[in-house]
Write a protein of this length. Structure first.
Length: 357
């Protein structure tokens, strides 16, 4: 659902600018994994945030060995969270509290070159890279309510700040189309949250859903032809898909439980989502047409914050199955025979996993 800088991994029906306080915890930086390595292609790195040193910082963990050693990329007195990799894997955008409010920062993959891109007394959050790596969108309250802005990025810093939405109601963080030409987002400008698209310059804003009840979390298919999203206009949360122009809206999950937070597999053949149909929030995977829905986690804990590796072989996620928020990864071809591997083993909360491209 709509995310926030410090909230639960997948908050439901809660605006992005309201976050919950996290209890600080102390822990070391060594995370010892299970007695096997993740299956898949070579060394992969995962960024995430953790409060193991008392404040929230960004960390990096390699996932190719038997001992998953996390190292901090930020080590400041301010809280930092929610890392997002640039498409080429060389930089990370993230949120940081600077002078008492959330700002959008960017740094190199090794933690150097930490730069405040927004420098505003208002709250700025939820940075999202364009697929071509040239621009960064974020949401800001600098004009009184959450609106969408865009920055043009250079080698150092950013320029060309542009406000894309102009209305008195709230807009959610947008997602880019694969060709970097359009943005999809949720807005409650009509009184209820609905799905919209617009061109990357803010023109052509078009309402795609007209349910007059909550619709959110748009996600472009990798080929840019469809948009998955969540809606509760049937009485409970379901995962829907529609063509990029809003036509052909189809309920994929059709279950009396709540199904939310859909993300596409990198090849567009499958969709992962969260569901409480088995009594608690679990990760499910289905074919892109809604067939073949399977539970891939099977655990009594809460699972959320899905991140699909770009080769489609595994999904990273956050779970409280061991008593606090830890990051796990599951190899999808081993669901029936193996448990997810725990990548962070400490007593602190660890959230917002993001695979390096």
């Amino acid at each position: 659902m709509i995310s926030d800088p410090r909230g639960n991994p997948d908050p439901v029906r809660r605006p992005a600018w309201l976050w919950v306080a996290l209890a600080a915890a102390l822990a070391g930086c060594l995370a010892v994994g299970a007695a096997r390595a993740l299956a898949g292609s070579g060394a992969r790195r995962l960024a995430f945030d953790s409060i193991r040193q008392g404040e929230q910082d960004i960390y990096l963990v390699n996932t190719d060995g038997l001992a998953y050693v996390s190292r901090p990329l930020t080590n400041n007195l301010e809280d930092e969270c929610c890392p997002v990799w640039s498409p080429d894997g060389t930089r990370i955008a993230y949120n940081s509290i600077n002078n008492g409010n959330w700002e959008v920062f960017v740094m190199n993959a090794d933690g150097s070159g930490q730069t405040n891109l927004t420098n505003s007394p208002a709250i700025d959050w939820a940075p999202t890279w364009s697929p071509d790596g040239k621009r960064l969108t974020f949401v800001s309250e600098r004009d009184g309510n959450p609106e969408i802005y865009i920055l043009t990025l250079g080698q150092v810093g950013a320029s060309g700040l542009t406000r894309l939405t102009h209305n008195v109601n709230d807009d959610s963080p947008p997602v880019w189309s694969p060709d970097s030409q359009q943005l999809a987002f949720a807005s409650r400008r009509t009184g209820a949250w609905e799905i919209y698209t617009m061109n990357a310059d803010g023109s052509g804003q078009t309402q795609l859903t007209h349910f007059q009840v909550w619709a959110s979390d748009p996600a472009w298919s990798p080929d840019g032809q469809q948009i998955a999203f969540g809606s509760r206009h049937t009485g409970n949360w379901e995962v829907f898909v529609m063509n990029a122009d809003g036509s052909g809206q189809t309920n994929l999950t059709n279950d009396p439980a709540n199904d939310i937070s859909a993300i596409w597999s990198p090849d567009g053949s499958r969709i992962a989502f969260l569901s409480n149909r088995d009594g608690n929030k679990e990760i499910y995977v289905m074919n892109a047409d809604g067939s073949g829905q399977i539970n891939v986690t099977h655990n009594a804990g809460y699972d959320g914050s899905l991140a699909w590796l770009d080769d489609g072989s595994r999904i990273a996620f956050v779970s409280d199955r061991d008593g606090h928020w830890s990051i796990y990864a599951i190899a999808l071809d081993e669901v029936e025979t193996s448990e997810p591997i725990r990548l962070t083993a400490n007593i602190a909360d660890n959230k917002h996993p993001a695979w390096q491209p």
